[in-house]
Every structure is written in structure tokens, then in C-alpha cells.
Design a protein. Structure first.
Length: 126
């Protein structure tokens, strides 16, 4: 899953629709050096912030065919969630902002599907 998540994070980072990607396997991540010392790969969870509005994130999520929308993470299947309206919805806007959670942020948990299938699903949804 680490390799798949790395490929997907790099793909997102190359896209103009994406404002930022939060993944410790990327050199752009503030914790990259520490992650390289302490981890075997960057993990399977990627934070994605769209350059557009919350509606753009919902359109993207709804266009996915392989990756399921869910509040759970860490399954064998790839899952995506919108933290601001699900897992973190009860937090005040100020606390969400402190945590870097906006309406344009998604969290993707990469599962066991073939990375090319996931990349195709993501590219078509974008």
C-alpha cells in the first residue's frame, strides 16, 4: 500500500486542481526527513486539498468509481472521506482551521487495489 500511496500522492501533487498534498513520503512534506528515518514508506493515508471550493471536492468524490466514500479509514479497500463534513464536523471552524481542515480537504486511505486502477479512477474523476 505504501508504494501505491506514494504513486497516488505524486500524481495529485502534479495536478493543477490540487492546492496541496499531505503525505510524508513527498519531499514537499514538512516531516519528510523524519519520516525517511523512522518509517518504511509514507503510509497509506493521503491528505488532499483542492484548489477550488468544497463543491469541487464533492464532485470529485461522487465521480469516483473504485474508491468508496466512507467515514472509516484503514480498510483493505480504498476509501475517501471529507473530514469537514464527517469526522471533524463537530469541531468549531476555528479548531478545524488550526488543524488544516477546510471544505476543500479530503482524506484518502489507499487499499489493496492495483495502483493503475486507482490512478485511472482518480484521473477520470478529476
Amino acid at each position: 500500500m505504501n508504494n501505491s500511496a506514494q504513486l497516488i500522492a505524486e500524481f495529485f501533487e502534479s495536478r493543477p486542481e490540487i492546492k496541496s498534498v499531505r503525505y510524508p513520503g513527498l519531499k514537499s512534506h514538512p516531516g519528510y526527513e523524519t519520516a525517511q528515518k523512522q518509517m518504511d514508506g509514507g503510509g497509506s493515508t493521503i491528505g488532499i486539498e483542492f484548489a477550488g471550493k468544497q463543491n469541487d471536492t464533492f464532485k470529485f468524490m461522487n465521480a469516483l468509481r473504485i474508491i468508496d466514500i466512507s467515514n472509516n479509514l484503514g480498510d483493505s479497500k480504498s476509501l475517501i472521506t471529507h473530514p469537514a463534513s464527517s469526522t471533524h464536523r463537530r469541531l468549531s471552524p476555528e479548531v478545524q482551521a488550526e488543524m488544516g481542515i477546510t471544505g476543500s480537504v479530503l482524506r484518502l486511505s489507499v487499499g489493496l487495489e492495483h495502483p493503475e486502477d486507482l490512478l485511472r479512477d482518480i484521473e477520470e474523476a478529476l
